[in-house]
Design a binder for this molecule. Structure first.
Ligand SMILES: Nc1ncnc2c1ncn2[C@@H]1O[C@H](COP(=O)(O)OP(=O)(O)OP(=O)(O)O)[C@@H](O)[C@H]1O
Ligand SMILES: [Mg+2]
Length: 264
């Protein structure tokens, strides 16, 4: 068992307290009095159909949108700015077209005042693990969608924030690369002990990776999310994918999502 992973004893890293939010120009609230907590060091996935508000939840957590009512806490307080306090990989990669891959990766470090040389060194050390060795001097338009996604993922990780929010980071990858990246992510997380919040449409991915899964239903979402706890021990290896408990939970989740009328 990973020593750093003891969510039952951990402080709360992220809390939504009584959060109500309506998109500008929209007639109805997407969240009503929503309550959610993620503990420090936990791996939590947000799973739900398209349009159910998963990315909106991230934008509120990252401070890119603000609740109409209620509060979003980071480590028990409301920081003046949340930007830079959380590593955020948005659903659409927001790579800057005029910067090379290396320079794109360096961005969060530069924003945090790290000297360019040190930032370049830090990012270079990660290129291989992200399968980006050799493309560091290319520009985003020269890369495939899956590669751009990996650059965006690297950028969220190198910032060094202890809360990492990844919005469908593996959706553009082929299935083998995806499996490898999932296992790599688990290893990194198990070593570093960050808080990881992960959006996915993929039930098996959510089950394999997470401690807990929050289920998003068609909006409005009111109060607490329905949640599933994944009872498999850590560290999890590749063979955990076939664990009978996961297969049982997968069936249960499919039935539940069907019952909600959602398309994942
Ligand atoms: N800026 C915006 N202005 C108005 N409505 C928005 C805005 N952004 C999102 N929405 C609406 O809010 C709802 C939730 O969107 P969101 O992007 O959070 O869903 P999602 O669960 O991330 O979906 P997907 O799985 O397709 O990425 C959708 O109905 C969407 O149309
Ligand atoms: Mg989304």
């Amino acid at each position: 068992m990973n020593k750093r992973y003891r969510p039952e004893h951990q402080e709360t890293a992220l809390e939504f307290r009584d959060v109500t939010y309506t998109h500008k120009g929209s007639q109805s609230a997407i969240f009503q009095h929503v309550q959610a907590e993620v503990k420090q060091g936990e791996f939590v996935s947000l799973l739900g159909p398209s349009g159910s508000g998963k990315s909106t939840f991230f934008r509120l957590a990252a401070g890119l949108s603000h609740p109409d009512q209620g509060t979003v806490f980071l480590h028990g307080s409301v920081p003046e700015t949340r930007l830079g306090r959380v590593g955020y990989m948005p659903q659409q990669d927001l790579l800057l077209p005029w910067r090379t891959i290396l320079e794109n990766g360096m961005l969060p470090l530069e924003i945090n005042g790290v000297p360019k040389k040190e930032a370049a060194h830090n990012v270079s050390a990660h290129l291989k693990a992200f399968g980006l060795d050799g493309v560091e001097n290319q520009y985003p338009h020269e890369l495939s969608g899956g590669m751009r996604q990996r650059v965006s993922f690297l950028r969220a990780v190198v910032g060094g924030s202890d809360i990492l929010m990844l919005d469908e980071p593996f959706s553009a990858l082929d299935s083998i690369t995806r499996f490898m990246m999932q296992e790599w992510l688990l290893e990194q997380w198990q070593m570093a002990g960050q808080t990881l919040i992960f959006i996915t449409h993929d039930i098996e991915e959510a089950l394999f990776l997470s401690d807990r899964i929050l289920l998003f239903t068609q909006p409005p979402i009111e109060g607490r999310f329905t949640e599933i706890t994944v009872p498999l021990p850590r560290p999890r290896k590749e063979n955990a994918r076939d664990h009978p408990e996961l297969l049982k939970l997968k069936r249960e989740l499919i039935n539940r999502m069907r019952g909600e009328g959602g398309i994942i």
